[in-house]
Design a protein around this ligand. Structure first.
Ligand SMILES: Cc1cc2nc3c(=O)[nH]c(=O)nc-3n(C[C@H](O)[C@H](O)[C@H](O)COP(=O)(O)OP(=O)(O)OC[C@H]3O[C@@H](n4cnc5c(N)ncnc54)[C@H](O)[C@@H]3O)c2cc1C
Ligand code: SF4
Length: 585
């Protein structure tokens, strides 16, 4: 792709902070409007295909795909007995990663917890500091939100409505679908609107049994809606179509980029317009403000390798560092004009922090599949999604909002779910006989947005670059725990309805943060007293400042957020370009 020289003496039209789903989308939209854009990314540009090695066999890897012995990734139990910062207690390990960093393929993608500490309440904070951020390894489930989410307060009285409705964002979801590619099947559900799908994957035998078994309960199971191009994208030379190589489930990403990632999906095509300059290893530490106008004037950043400080000027600043990092940056950007941090006259920056609660689920066995010949079931980028069914037509007596399940079944490269005991030939025979009959699913539920769940700057602890860390004040509440109880019960009830033998029931709630769907720390709204951004993700206080990632969410819904982050960002950047053209910024 065309690489432009970074020129820190000029004033760019826009500077974007962060190159994940949000920053990549902002770069795509703004450069297509002809703006001259600088993209600052804190991490490195990794030789990503060499990192991911999607087709490497376990026996070709020195550690069978796991981390080298000098590295450690935190387990569920460790999260429960240790408190952040997660360095102390792990002195024997040279590198320490969050729970997701347990494979050799992601060790350079996810951050080292010691270099990036945080304090406060327990949180499994998964961060990817490299070009493309978390999109290099995301799970690909690409779902839309609906007015059940955007107008949730109108339905149940809790929290706030979004300042937009589904109709406002629907055309942008369509554009994201067409530009990036998504697989799935139309279901015509009002609470989970359909996308413009490419060729879908197929459900396997046990998944179809579950789908049919729960139909009589009025519940819907559909093919995994994957942010993957199954037919290919003629307009993108950096991405291949999906060849169903079955590598998706191995912790790591897709090295032929059939699964969406921000660099090949958005950033390289934006660079090819000749309008995008990329600077990696650039850790933004403050958004600069013009004391005369009160407007954002540029970004102060540190080179992560040389530790040198730089400033860059721009007409508009776009924050896309991911929900928690964006809040941190706004809080760091204190000045005489903005003593509480930038865009924070409401006092809501860092607050209303929400996400998804995970853990409860079930594993079972389709008895009539035991002993059947193996089939190629993992040659696809996802299994199934069982859609929300709570608090739609009826009101649940114990909790508000809803949850959905992600799951899968069938033969896989690494036999799943088998509970076989023993060793030797009889053990192998037992595993072979049962492995294709296993089916499992786990829930993702909405965590309510609450002002009391928040992050702030830690007064003492700093990261490797001397930048104050975040301190967390975040816990699941009663609604989440009551919902988790229900997840466990309905999971079993549905497996029983499908005639599966239940092998294992998961009732534990995983550590806060496990879903990697953090949202809401600079929410949008119509009232500047209770929200940080307007419906175009533009700061109420500082007109030329936009925050275009998950921070802007008003609630978490129970649907995975990335497709919505990108659709909202596209809408906001169209607005931004028009306002800039009119001279309003
Ligand atoms: C294993 C895994 C599975 C997931 N599965 C799904 C899924 O199935 N569906 C779904 O919808 N979502 C999923 N997600 C979440 C999804 O990846 C995120 O929603 C998405 O990447 C958010 O985009 P973002 O741009 O806000 O943040 P990121 O992708 O994290 O990008 C932020 C970027 O900003 C950079 N940055 C941070 N601070 C600074 C700074 N100070 N200066 C400069 N740059 C900075 C970071 O280095 C990073 O590159 C998953 C994530 C993971 C890790
Ligand atoms: S199954 Fe498709 S999306 Fe997944 S790794 Fe293979 S080619 Fe990529």
């Amino acid at each position: 792709m065309a690489e432009l020289e970074v020129n820190l003496t000029r004033k760019y039209d826009a500077v974007i902070i962060g190159s994940g789903a949000a920053g990549g989308m902002a770069a795509h939209v703004l450069t297509s409007h002809g703006l001259q854009v600088l993209l600052l990314e804190a991490g490195k540009k990794l030789p990503i295909e060499q990192e991911l090695r999607s087709m490497e066999w376990p026996y070709d890897n020195a550690h069978r795909g796991f981390l080298p012995p000098d590295s450690h990734s935190l387990s569920f139990n460790e999260y429960t007995i240790r408190n952040p910062p997660y360095g102390p207690g792990f002195e024997k390990s040279k590198h320490l990663h969050s729970y997701i960093g347990s494979s050799d393929y992601v060790k350079n993608i996810v951050v080292d917890e010691r270099e990036n500490p945080f304090t406060g309440t327990n949180y499994a904070w998964v961060r990817a500091r490299c070009l493309g951020g978390k999109t290099n390894i995301w799970g690909r489930l690409a779902l839309r939100l609906s007015d059940y989410d955007f107008k949730a307060k109108t339905r149940d009285g809790y929290g706030e409505d979004w300042p937009i409705s589904y109709g406002d964002i629907a055309p942008y979801y369509d554009q994201v679908d067409l530009y990036l590619g998504i697989t799935g099947v139309k279901e015509n559900l009002p609470h989970l609107p359909d996308s413009i799908f490419q060729r879908p994957t197929k459900l396997n035998c046990a998944e179809v049994t579950l789908k049919q078994g729960i139909q009589k309960m009025g519940r819907v199971l559909t093919q995994y809606r994957a942010g993957v191009t199954s037919d290919g994208l003629k307009h993108n030379k950096y991405r291949s179509r999906c060849y169903g190589r079955g590598a998706c489930e191995r912790k790591g990403g897709c090295d032929i980029h059939a699964a969406f990632d921000s660099p090949t999906g958005l950033i390289y095509p934006a660079m090819d317009t000749g309008n995008l300059t990329l600077r990696t290893n650039s850790v933004a530490r403050e958004i600069m403000v013009d004391p005369q106008t009160g407007k954002a004037s540029g970004v102060h950043f540190v080179d992560s390798q040389t530790m040198k400080d730089y400033n860059v000027r721009a007409r508009v600043v776009i924050v896309a560092a991911s929900t928690l990092e964006s809040a941190r940056l706004l809080l760091l950007s204190k000045s005489r004009l903005y003593p509480n941090g930038l865009a924070n006259s409401s006092g809501h920056v860092g607050h209303n922090f929400c996400e998804h609660v995970m853990g409860p689920g079930v594993a079972g066995r389709a008895k009539d599949l035991v002993g059947k010949p193996p089939t190629l079931d993992d040659g696809r980028p996802g299994g199934f999604y069982l859609t929300r069914f709570r608090n739609l037509a009826e009101k649940h007596p114990k909790f508000i909002r809803g949850y959905g399940f992600e799951g899968g079944s069938g033969s896989a490269m690494f036999p799943r779910g088998t509970d076989a005991h023993g060793f030797g030939a009889s053990f192998k025979e037992e595993v072979r006989k049962n492995q294709g009959a296993f089916i499992g699913m786990g829930a993702f539920g909405e965590v309510l947005s609450r002002y009391e769940n928040y992050v702030e700057l830690d007064p003492v602890v700093k990261d490797k670059w001397g930048i104050p860390s975040l301190r967390f004040h975040y816990k699941f509440g009663d609604n989440e725990h009551r919902m988790a109880e229900d997840m466990k019960e309905t999971a079993q009830e549905m497996f029983e309805a499908a005639g599966f033998e239940i092998v294992h029931v998961n009732s534990r709630v995983l550590t806060e943060g496990w879903s990697i769907h953090e949202l809401g720390t600079a929410r949008m709204g119509n009232d500047p007293k209770t929200s940080v951004l307007n419906q175009f993700e533009q700061s109420h206080d500082v007109k030329n400042l936009f925050v275009v990632d998950g921070s802007a969410f008003v609630n978490a819904s129970c649907q995975n957020p990335t497709w919505t982050i990108m659709a909202l960002c596209w809408r906001s950047c169209d607005y931004l370009a028009e306002e800039l053209r009119k001279g309003n910024l």
